[in-house]
Design a protein around this ligand. Structure first.
Ligand code: AP5
Ligand code: MG
Ligand code: ZN
Length: 220
């Protein structure tokens, strides 16, 4: 299955991507995680991305498209993939069409997780992320078993540097302006699945799985 997971900052893309990855055995490709890893290793790309991310701005299209093209060429993507946080602009969406056409691949669905803005601010500000494996937690809605320690790998939990309230508000505005229009782009092609993300983690996942099953049944 070739999937895109869309939604504003804090919608639950990363959280649901972990569940989808485990259920369908497809690799999750998060451009945000790739940039954060590069920043941790202080590569040239990482330092450039970090400055933009900390400011709530997008990394330039040509850089982002380049890393996604290279990642999709890796062997594990042959059986399918889940893009988390890409594409984020019309230019990126068109570039993805080109990449997939080169390899005779097609998208199966674009899942868009919808959540009201006030909820998004609370979610982003309370998020904690594992410094080792990138797993997501929330101090209130999805706490780890041991305070400040990842349930999966024992890594230390951190507050993301772009999760300050003023940066979150900026990220939400950029989403509305540059990324939200992509829902129409994909709806016109009959690929869009809108999911109510303002429910429990398990209810959101259940709706995603049921919608994907419904689509598969229609295709048969
Ligand atoms: P990225 O890392 O993709 O961040 P984002 O899109 O802003 O989304 P988040 O990761 O903040 O939220 P999420 O939807 O994954 O939510 P999560 O599951 O963590 O990108 C970061 C930056 O990188 C960008 O700003 C940009 O600079 C750059 N970048 C990345 N991709 C790019 C691209 N394609 N082009 C250009 N630049 C790019 O959940 C949030 C919190 O809520 C967690 O604490 C979680 O536990 C909790 N939660 C989740 N679901 C629920 C629920 N149902 N109920 C209660 N709590 C919940
Ligand atoms: Mg994320
Ligand atoms: Zn971890």
């Amino acid at each position: 299955m070739n999937l895109i997971l869309m939604g504003p900052p804090g919608a639950g893309k990363g959280t649901q991507a972990e569940y989808i990855e485990r259920k369908y055995w497809i690799p999750r490709i998060s451009t945000g995680d790739m940039f954060r890893t590069a920043a941790r290793f202080s590569t040239e790309l990482g330092l450039q991305a970090k400055e933009l991310m900390d400011n709530g701005q997008l990394v330039p299209d040509e850089i982002t498209i380049g890393i996604v093209r290279a990642r999709l060429a890796e062997r594990d993507c042959a059986k399918g993939f889940l893009l988390d946080g890409f594409p984020r602009t019309v230019t990126q969406a068109k570039a993805l069409d080109g990449i997939l056409a080169d390899w005779n691949k097609e998208l199966d669905a674009v899942i868009s997780i919808e959540v009201p803005t006030d909820v998004l601010i609370v979610r982003n500000c309370g998020r904690r992320t594992c410094s080792q494996c990138g797993a997501n937690y929330h101090v209130q809605f999805n706490p780890p078993l041991l305070a400040n320690e990842c349930d999966i790998c024992g890594g230390e939990l951190q507050h993301r540097s772009d999760d300050r309230e003023e940066t979150v508000i900026k990220r939400l505005a950029i989403y509305a302006e540059q990324t939200k229009p992509l829902t129409d782009f994909y709806a016109e092609r009959g690929l869009l699945i809108s999911i109510n993300g303002d429910q429990s983690l398990s209810a959101v996942f259940r709706d995603i799985v049921e919608s994907l099953q419904e689509r598969t049944r229609k295709e048969v």
